[in-house]
Design a protein around this ligand. Structure first.
Ligand code: ADP
Ligand code: ZN
Length: 193
């Protein structure tokens, strides 16, 4: 007899800052609400730009979310949930291996797992957890922003300090908005040095 399909899958929504990752996550989760599926949205506690109990896009769209520090908290609160969404996954404190293993377990157990986050840090180097998740996911959507310098499609997040590129040895994670980060294309991006 054929085993019924559990339907578990991983969907990755990635791109640079302002590329619309959170907007896309919210759009998909609104459809989940319409479908009356059980769901939970998680947001890292570190991301305090807007509101800790919501995911919020730069354009103002919001949905309620559970603030978490680690992927263990996601696992603990995801039992029997059909759709699990994690925004800004690069902000979680766990190692890439732990994050990836947890997402795989949730999907293996039949959940649809939506993961949104930056694919590259401000040095234009990959975030390891996102690289693995992009390789393992059933669906990957890489979004782009608009380069603030030239208007081309932007794929990189330029971190600035007093208008100059942040040095390469600065911390990888610094939470900030338009004052600290710009979306830039490959040509306009200025490497950290
Ligand atoms: P992300 O989660 O990828 O950082 P959001 O979903 O929070 O992105 O916000 C996307 C919104 O940001 C866009 O719809 C637009 O209103 C706004 N925005 C601000 N700067 C830019 C930019 N340079 N390129 C594209 N969108 C931008
Ligand atoms: Zn440009």
């Amino acid at each position: 007899m054929t085993r019924p399909c559990a339907g578990g899958r991983i969907e990755v929504i990635c791109g640079c800052m302002y590329s619309g990752k959170t907007e896309e996550l919210i759009r998909r989760m609104r459809q989940v609400q319409i479908a009356r599926q059980s769901f939970r949205i998680f947001t890292p506690r570190l991301d305090t730009r807007y509101s800790s109990s919501h995911v919020a896009s730069h354009s103002g769209a919001r949905l309620e979310a559970v603030p978490v520090s680690s992927i263990r908290e996601v696992i603990a609160e995801s039992e029997d949930i059909q759709v699990i969404a994690i925004d800004e996954v690069h902000f979680l404190e766990d190692s890439p291996e732990v994050i990836v293993a947890a997402c795989q377990t949730l999907a293996d157990n039949g959940s649809r797992v939506l993961v949104a986050g930056l694919d590259q840090n401000y040095r234009a180097a990959p975030f390891p957890a996102m690289s693995y998740l992009m390789a393992l996911a059933e669906q990957v959507d890489k979004l782009y922003a608009i380069c603030v310098r030239c208007g081309a499609y932007a794929t990189r997040s330029q971190r600035l300090i007093d208008g100059h590129p942040a040095p390469a040895d600065a911390p990888t994670i610094v939470v900030g908005g338009l004052d600290l980060y710009e979306a830039r294309c490959r040509t306009c991006y200025e490497p950290a040095c």
